[in-house]
Design a protein around this ligand. Structure first.
Ligand code: ADP
Length: 248
């Protein structure tokens, strides 16, 4: 599989509002952030704090009302239809509820997103390789209902990788799983990041999952209320060495 370097994601003054009747609600409120290529970032915060909306904006599933989103050299917020469709194909999405097609085999679920594109013969080979990479070799002909929740999420991850994304957006990917299976799914995502060099943005309300990411961004009412670099604390000896280093 091809190694890539992952996308750099920048947002500036991002706003997304919803109107219901006479009420106006600001789901993402003037959000500016920069995400380093190749990092795994946890988005946390209570339900309704704007995690999903931020992922939808970055993935161009929803449109921002104000502000800009730049992914590498592409300003997503200015893209028109054809370019937007191309951009979306380059972003991988994983959801809490897997969203597999129940009548299709595991292999066909993985191939499904790229079916309209050329090169069908290569697709099956790539899908098989991805299923092997997520630990599902031999289950290609199974139907989703024959798999456990953790296995179904592995299929969804393989499907998300079909377009060789440099950016993977995951909305509560372990939310339907027990903690052991959830930890295994995170292990898989971290391994895939190491192999493919993707940037991963992951919404989660689970502390144990967030704690293993490179960075934690906590949202509250559509704003960033905490932003912590967790790689700093990985090895206390390193942190100590950095803190006591003579300053240049
Ligand atoms: P989280 O993912 O942190 O739970 P969301 O991004 O789903 O938060 O929601 C942020 C806020 O925006 C919530 O108050 C939610 O009710 C509101 N919201 C999200 N999507 C819509 C929508 N399609 N229509 C109206 N309000 C919405």
């Amino acid at each position: 599989m091809d190694a890539t370097t992952g996308s750099t994601v920048r947002t500036a003054g991002l706003v997304r509002q919803f109107r219901t009747g006479t009420e106006q609600l600001t789901a993402v409120d003037d959000m500016s952030l920069e995400i380093t290529a190749g990092s795994v970032v946890a988005l946390t915060g209570p339900s309704g704090s704007g995690k999903s909306t931020l992922l939808h904006l970055i993935g161009a599933i929803e449109q921002a009302d104000q502000g800009t989103i730049t992914v590498d050299d592409v300003e997503v917020t200015t893209l028109r239809r054809a370019a937007l469709a191309r951009y979306r194909q380059r972003v991988g999405f994983v959801f809490q509820r897997y969203h597999l097609l129940p009548a299709l085999t595991v292999l066909d679920n993985v191939i499904a997103p790229v079916l309209p594109r050329r090169g069908h013969a290569g697709h099956a080979t790539r899908a098989r390789d991805l299923l092997e990479a997520v630990g599902l070799a031999g289950r290609e002909r199974a139907l989703p209902a024959q798999l456990s929740g953790g296995q179904q999420q592995r299929v969804a991850i393989a499907r998300a990788l079909m377009g060789a994304p440099r950016l993977l957006l995951a909305d509560e990917p372990t939310g339907n799983l027990d903690s052991t299976t959830g930890a295994q799914i995170l292990d898989l995502l971290l391994d895939l990041r190491d192999q493919h060099g993707m940037t991963i943005l992951l919404a989660t309300h689970e502390r144990a999952i967030a704690a293993r990411c490179d960075r934690l961004i906590r949202l509250g009412d559509g704003r960033i209320v905490e932003d912590v670099d967790l790689t700093e604390g990985e090895d206390p000896a390193d942190t100590y060495a950095r803190a006591t280093q003579p300053r240049m």
